[in-house]
Design a protein around this ligand. Sequence first.
Ligand code: C2E
Ligand code: MG
Ligand code: MG
Ligand code: MG
Length: 280
Amino acid sequence: GAKEDGRGRYRMFEASMNARIQARRSLELDLRRAIARQEFALYYQPQVDARTGTYDGAEALIRWRHPERGLVSPADFIPLAEETGLIGILGEWVLRTACTEALAWPEHLTVAVNLSPVQFRDARLAATIRNILAETGFPAARLELEITEGSLLQDEQRTLSILRELRALGIRISMDDFGTGYSSLSYLSRFPFDKIKIDQSFVRRTPHDKDSAAIVRAIAMLGASLGMKTTAEGVETDVQSNFIAGQGCDQLQGYLISRPVPADAIADLFAASVPRRATA
Ligand code: C2E
Ligand code: MG
Ligand code: MG
Ligand code: MG
């Protein structure tokens, strides 16, 4: 009868819930071990000047080389790291590694590091970063932090004081995935960002989708009038690149220029781009 069916469905639901909880627990255990076993690596994706096409720097993107699962995407483990509190040590590892590896790059190039909202809320964040800069000798002026709307707290004064503390160190702050949140425009008027990263969803549909193209153009103009740089992320075609550069956007990032590559590969790419002085 109906009652039996209901119970059967419930047991099936329960079984799949249990399987999911098990899978999550095993991934969480793996994550704890991975930190100790150093299974993480940073890949870097170059950012270029939209007008000249020359390199401005690169964004650090974490990768997990899992012994059985292979390369695990950050979208699959960052949320878990946030829920379990492991993001603290992981985030610190990312910052220290990015500052160390970017020291090998030509001096004018910047490195951008993604910051989780959990890290952003940590009262010791500025002190942690100051220590990492001191330990590694990496100049604050070459470090950018990318935050998302999830980092912007209800308490506006607290958010402002964290942003001011970070900027006082000489670090620059970028608003990542701009345009996807609930009150993107109001954030721009309230908080002192140095850079706006136009979300991939608009870039991908530009210029063939008129609305997306209009949004890209509007954000580029907004950035220019607010004194903030603009970066288009997820640029995959020449058509997108030409159109977006023509709208006055400052920087381009995406597979068209390069996919994210390992640390040694980005160092080689950057070194090769600097004109060598003639010998003899
Ligand atoms: P994000 O910060 O918005 O990074 C951009 C993502 O778009 C990266 O995915 C990058 O590989 C991808 N991408 C870049 N260009 C293109 C393109 O032309 N086409 C397409 N289809 N994709 C492109 P990835 O590396 O998988 O990272 C996903 C997200 O995970 C990041 O989004 C960021 O939110 C988070 N993440 C990555 N590394 C870290 C980290 O070290 N710490 C924290 N807290 N989050 C991280
Ligand atoms: Mg980012
Ligand atoms: Mg983004
Ligand atoms: Mg994102």
